[in-house]
Design a binder for this molecule. Structure first.
Ligand code: LMR
Length: 404
């Protein structure tokens, strides 16, 4: 048996982490996976998570009974307010259906599965993904029988948004197409549309009746401001673009392994939201029965307790501002100290966990092979892997590979 099973390639991002771990070179640097590190290259347990964990530990009433199929209600309602806004008209009109998921990946999967079952595709089942995007998006949609196509998003010449091509793709796609949009801190490029560009995107989506499939894995990471980073999502709700949002708490709460996230489907009425919810419950039941409790309890405490919420916002600012400092310092090193050929302003203009350096595959591979600096070969670096101790080493080696 299984003689015909082909060997699958390892996951490109997690393979980097594994290789980095066994590398014995003292100055090795991991800029691969998007996971926050403090200035000493260590994972950071957010102080608010420590406080919430303590509160859970001291709660005598906690047990390990099943959660409802759609998740912990205090979590899902708080999560909806966080992304859609406390004053969201959709929440007030009771037409948002929120379901707990296995982090952002699970939300993407459940959203894609729901679309595959119930979306009125205008022709074949297809989704438009940004080129480039998080590699896992392709696999997630293929798994549920939706064919991923791409739209032009990034312009290598400007290392910025290819806005005209993006708008042209929206205009030429068949009516009612599904477009996956990164809500903020685009992965892998760190290039986000401006508010004006978002409005143009919303115009085009409304004109064609397209469906917005938002993936929001970095709320708070882009600007340090939870509300600011949710702007596009909220604007789309306000303007009536049909949509859902996938939400992850892996990055902004440092809860990577707890797999806590949510899927929010904005419906046109209470009745629609109720029916959508009933189907999401059926799908969830057949896949995981009910979601895990620990991460949901931690996030629910934070979202529903004003003191913890303030602490969380401070923790998020700590992470976001360290990353912004690293952007500034890298830009300074490249332009002032090493006088590296090329323009590097995109390093400070890009947003969130990642920067798309503009390095090609050979240059990226040279950094791995010659300098023990791990990054994905599309030239993406996780800014969170840089710190005051390793940034000069990185800049120096970046300079070397650029000079060839
Ligand atoms: C990344 O892109 O590095 C993160 O989103 C981690 C992952 O799951 O790939």
């Amino acid at each position: 048996t299984w003689n015909n099973v082909p060997l699958a390639p390892e996951d490109s991002i997690f393979k980097l982490t594994a290789t980095y771990k066994v590398d014995t070179f003292p100055q090795k640097v991991n800029l691969g996976v998007g996971a926050y590190r403090d200035d000493n290259s260590k994972p950071w347990v957010l102080p608010v998570i420590k406080a919430a964990s303590q509160a859970l530990f001291n709660d005598p009433n906690l047990d390990h009974e099943y959660l409802p199929i759609t998740g912990l209600p205090e979590f899902t309602s708080g999560a909806a307010r966080l992304i859609l806004g406390g004053d969201s008209p959709a929440i007030a009109e009771n037409r948002v259906c929120s379901v707990q998921t296995i982090s952002g990946t699970g939300a993407n999967h459940l959203g894609a599965l729901f679309l595959s079952r119930f979306y009125d595709f205008n022709g074949p089942k297809q989704v438009y993904l940004s080129d480039p995007t998080w590699a896992n998006h392709f696999a997630i949609f293929r798994n549920v029988g939706i064919d991923p196509l791409t739209y032009k998003y990034y312009d290598p010449k400007t290392i910025g948004l290819a806005c005209d091509e993006f708008l042209a793709a929206l205009a030429s796609a068949p009516d009612r197409s599904v477009f996956l949009l990164h809500a903020c801190a685009h992965n892998p490029t760190g290039v986000d549309p401006t508010r004006e560009q978002w409005n143009q995107i919303a115009d085009a989506m409304l004109q064609k009746g397209h469906y917005a499939f938002f993936d929001c894995a970095y709320q708070g990471f882009a600007s340090g401001d939870l509300d600011g980073d949710a702007w596009a999502v909220r604007e789309f709700v306000k303007r009536g673009v049909p949509m859902l949002v996938c939400q992850s708490f892996a990055k902004n709460a440092g809860l990577y392994s707890e797999r806590i996230g949510a899927l929010h489907v904005v419906g046109s009425s209470t009745e629609v939201a109720k029916r959508v919810r009933s189907q999401l419950a059926v799908l969830t039941r057949s896949e995981i029965s009910n979601p895990p409790a620990h991460g949901a309890r931690l996030v629910a405490l934070i979202l529903n307790n004003p003191e913890l919420f303030e602490q969380w916002k401070e923790d998020i600012r700590t992470m976001a501002s360290r990353i912004i400092e690293m952007r500034k310092e890298l830009y300074r090193l490249l332009t002032e100290e090493f006088k590296t050929p090329g323009t590097w302003i995109h390093i400070v203009n890009q947003i969130g966990m990642f920067s798309f350096t503009g390095l090609n595959a050979e240059q990226s591979q040279a950094l791995i092979d010659k300098a023990h600096i791990y990054l994905t070969t599309n030239g993406r670096i996780s800014m969170a892997g840089l710190n005051t101790g390793n940034i000069r080493y990185f800049a120096e080696n970046l300079d070397k590979v650029v000079r060839g």
